[in-house]
Design a protein around this ligand. Structure first.
Ligand code: ATP
Length: 309
């Protein structure tokens, strides 16, 4: 069983328009609305892998109710903590080959709501094997909140896969409560360390930083260039084949799903890296975020090379 945590979910709305006209009415035919947020992408991929998964986090208002209905329709188990605010909408206007986004900040979370979430989490982690944490924290949640979540998971020996950035990540890295695996992309790692990471050698050097001491796995995903990872004292280069892509958004989330599944399945290092990267690639080959065509799984998996360096 895997529990996914999405503290700041959204309904993701896409409006495809031939031309986006300012200061007048734009009419849209082909509207797509999905329950979004990075953790929900992780959840969907795990569901397709036929892993037992429960989505958790915070949901509220009529939009939260709509999201629950969406998850029920997809037969995805969920145990979200109810909040008094209304869950946010995130709008992407797709026009003239461009993407204009309008992202709501979302509700402000009350301290009592966070306490209720933690109490629910304490019950959930009794029955789970792995916990994934994805994405940003909503307003009202302290920046070190994920430290508390990891502390609770570690106290019952449940490994945590963490995919977040900025201050929330920094707070975890500077605390004594360590996640099992983190998956920054190049830009997130670069922002964290305040250095530009142009080549593989500079990424390897960055991974040796004391900030990552005590974390079992640090995987830096590099989009079409695969990944670089540090596990115990080994450094791995993951080289992936060149593929035709359709939409790479959410590939990092699919990769996280692959890592979580590999941990539950007790895979060794090379297999874990290949599994995560295969799912990232499969996501990039689909139009819908968090969707993977598993018939191509083995063929891609076999074409990935993992070497130590
Ligand atoms: P997101 O935030 O959209 O979820 P990310 O920036 O966290 O993505 P990426 O590094 O873009 O994550 O992608 C994760 C993995 O997915 C890569 O390591 C790679 O295996 C695969 N992938 C992503 N983009 C491509 C691509 N264009 N071609 C091939 N594989 C890709």
């Amino acid at each position: 069983m895997i529990v996914t945590i999405t503290m700041n979910p959204s309904i993701d709305i896409s409006y495809p328009l031939e031309r986006f006209q300012l200061d007048t009415v734009n009419r849209v035919n082909d509207v797509r609305k999905t329950a979004g947020g990075k953790g929900l992408n992780v959840t969907r991929v795990l569901k397709q892998l036929k892993h037992d998964v429960i989505a958790s986090g915070l949901l509220g208002g009529y939009i939260g109710e709509g999201m629950k209905a969406d998850l029920d329709k997809a037969d995805i188990a969920h145990q979200f903590t109810a909040i008094s605010g209304n869950t946010r909408n995130c709008i992407a206007i797709l026009h003239e080959g461009k993407q204009t986004e309008i992202l709501e900040n979302g509700p402000t979370i009350q301290p009592a709501e966070l306490q209720r979430f933690l109490a629910q989490l304490d019950a959930l982690i009794q029955v789970t094997d792995v916990v994934t944490i994805s994405g940003s924290l909503p307003q009202g949640v302290p920046a070190d909140f994920y430290v508390e979540v990891i502390k609770r998971c570690n106290s019952v020996d449940k490994p945590v896969v963490l995919d977040c950035s900025g201050e929330a990540l920094r707070q975890v890295l500077t605390s004594s409560h360590k996640p099992y695996l983190i998956k920054p992309n190049r830009e997130e790692l670069s922002d964290l360390l305040g250095t530009s990471l142009e080549d593989l050698a500079s990424i390897k050097e960055a991974l040796a930083n004391d900030l990552f001491a005590g974390i079992e796995w640090v995987v830096v995903s590099l989009g079409a260039q695969g990944a670089i990872a540090k596990h115990e004292n080994n450094f791995y280069r993951v080289t992936i084949p060149k593929i035709e892509i359709v939409n790479p958004v959410g590939s990092g989330d699919a990769t996280v799903a692959g890592f979580a599944a590999a941990i539950v399945e007790g895979k060794e290092a090379t297999a874990l890296l290949k599994m995560g990267n295969t799912l990232g690639m499969l996501n990039a080959q689909e139009a819908i975020t968090g969707s993977v065509n598993l018939t191509n799984y083995q063929q891609l998996f076999d074409r990935i090379e993992v070497t130590t360096f």
